[in-house]
Design a protein around this ligand. Structure first.
Ligand code: XMP
Length: 527
């Protein structure tokens, strides 16, 4: 097999630089570029010319941003960026910067244009990438801007305009400089992906080496070189990221990898057995299963405060993980399933203050305390890419495309105090809910669906007698980023089927309700 340097060059050499001017869509631009099988990275807008030259991109995309180019404090790119001879695509604020820096004029507006817009071609000969984008005189796009370009810089021509803005797309006649006022990265822009594809593959001349197969070959070679004969420890949760790390590292270093899987008693029905079957029995991965249900439940007994419950579960997990790790001698690396959005967010977190609405537990600080080196083989990947790599590695599709499951598990889906009896009822109800969603082909239309246990009892009639049992709520939301979410319009017949099955098959539950709260004002989980 080729060495990691050669493999890295073949997949990373073709790279696009995305400069971030603060748009909410910057990550989406990067994902669209990666979908064209071209590697790209997001960097802060003030990257210097020297840093840009060192990065050696095949092309640059300037993201949108919410400021006005004339604001004193507005983010500006390095002086001279437009003279580097690189292809550049400016999106929204990025296009306004291009116009402004090259001698054009941008006009402020009190009115924001937000949402769908119809744009019309001007009739000029279209250069690539626009020739791949327009095929009718009118085109439906997604807009989100206040200011707009009114006068073009020397050498540019108007490609398209709208009722609200005289320039919504522009191209330089001779140089590879392009601007769009709309957002090609957003799904609502018709054929937006064709514009991004044409820019990254045709204008920038990239061949599309960034494929799951190439990535796997590169990471395997890289890990082997870095690790040598060392041993690696991984906390396996059964979630997508840690599962893909386990499969990838197993392929790279086989028995040098040891996984620790902590069963906290707050997992879904049969989840522990399924994780062991997939990894240990099926793939031959060395996995230590720690059955810690009793320990978690006794620490949670009597506690009904959501934040305290989260902290207990998080701390206990780390304690147990460390105890197990200490039993394994001569380990020198700790692997983690960090992915690219975590990397971007922790870089951004240095400058931004995020509201801590719920404390999400993580294992930050663990490697230092345990004296281990950190191995993060998925650091460069977006979630959709992690999934593709997982499928390529042969992991079951159902595991890879499962909805996200919170670290504290059923601990935050049993309201108030957690008891084994409640967890067992909830597991049984949730398994029925999921089974019906899969059978009705509804599962993949939903971002996250689960059952919540309400520790209140209500009366019912069962046969000839009365029942006095617990309630479960069904939750299903559609969401892109889990920051906002809408409740899913579940078909009535399906709701009826799920409710009947839960009440008939789970003694102890006699009432099922459907949650119709969006986020905000609700959160996705109930605690
Ligand atoms: P909320 O409830 O805040 O959830 O709207 C947003 C997303 O985060 C997940 N979530 C968690 N994940 N530890 C996690 O690892 C947690 O403590 C936690 N709380 C919420 C939730 O499932 C949803 O996907």
């Amino acid at each position: 097999m080729a060495n990691s340097q050669a493999l890295s060059e073949s997949i990373h050499a073709e790279r696009i630089l995305i400069l971030d001017f603060g748009s909410q869509y910057t990550q989406l631009i990067a994902r669209r570029v990666r979908e064209t099988r071209v590697y790209c990275e997001i960097h802060p807008y003030d990257m210097t010319l020297e840093e840009i030259r060192d990065f050696d991109p095949k092309g640059v995309i300037l993201s949108g941003g919410h400021q006005s180019v004339y604001d004193e404090e507005s983010p500006q790119p390095a002086e001279g960026i437009f003279d580097l001879g690189l292809p550049i695509l400016g999106i929204c604020y990025g296009m306004q910067l291009m116009a402004h820096h090259l001698g054009g004029e941008v006009e402020g507006s009190d009115r924001r244009e937000y949402g769908h817009a119809l744009i019309r071609q001007s009739g000029v000969d279209l250069k690539v990438p626009f020739s791949a984008f327009f095929n009718e005189s009118q085109h439906n796009v997604w807009m989100s801007h206040g200011d707009h370009v009114v006068n073009l810089p020397e050498g540019f021509e108007v490609v398209a305009s709208s009722d609200n803005a005289p320039v919504v797309a522009m191209q330089h006649r001779a140089r590879q400089l392009y601007g769009v006022q709309f957002h090609p990265e957003v799904n609502h822009t018709e054929k937006g992906e064709a514009l991004v594809y044409s820019f990254s593959r045709e204008v920038c001349g990239c061949n599309g080496e960034w494929t799951p197969g190439h990535f796997i070959d590169y990471v395997i070679a890289d890990v082997r070189e870095r690790i040598g004969k060392d041993r690696v420890l991984l906390g396996l949760s059964g979630g997508v990221d840690s599962s893909v790390v386990a499969a990838l590292l197993h392929r790279a270093i086989g028995d040098q990898l040891t996984c620790v899987f902590v069963d906290n008693g707050l997992l879904r029905l049969n989840e522990g057995d399924e994780v062991m079957a997939t990894f240990k029995e099926h793939m031959g991965v060395k996995v230590i299963r720690v059955d810690a249900e009793a320990r978690f439940l006794s620490l949670l007994a009597g506690e009904d405060d959501p934040e305290k419950k989260r902290k207990i579960i998080g701390h206990t997990f780390i304690e147990i993980f460390e105890e197990e790790a200490n039993k394994i001698t001569d380990v020198s690396w700790l692997a983690q399933g960090t992915i690219y959005p975590d990397v971007i967010e922790s870089a951004g977190a240095k400058t931004k203050v995020a509201a801590n609405i719920k404390s999400h537990h993580n294992v930050g600080g663990l490697p230092e305390r345990m004296g281990l080196k950190l191995l993060e083989p998925l650091r460069e990947l977006f979630k959709d890419e992690v999934r593709e790599v997982g499928v390529e590695l042969g992991l079951p599709r159902q595991m890879i495309y499962r909805h996200p499951f919170p670290g504290p598990g059923l601990g935050v889906r049993i309201l108030g105090e957690v008891k084994k009896e409640y967890a067992d009822l909830l597991r049984a109800a949730d398994a029925i809910y999921m089974d019906e969603l899969y059978k009705a082909d509804e599962y993949d239309k939903i971002g996250q669906a689960f059952t919540v246990f309400l520790p209140v009892r209500s009366t019912g009639v069962m046969g000839d007698g009365r029942s006095y049992d617990y309630v479960v709520a069904l939750r299903a939301v559609v969401t892109k980023d889990y920051m906002t979410a809408a409740w899913h319009p579940m078909p009535y017949e399906l709701l009826s089927k799920i409710s009947n099955r839960i009440i008939n098959e789970v003694p102890g539950i006699n009432r099922v309700v459907y949650d119709i709260t969006s986020k905000p004002p609700g959160t996705i989980e109930w605690e």
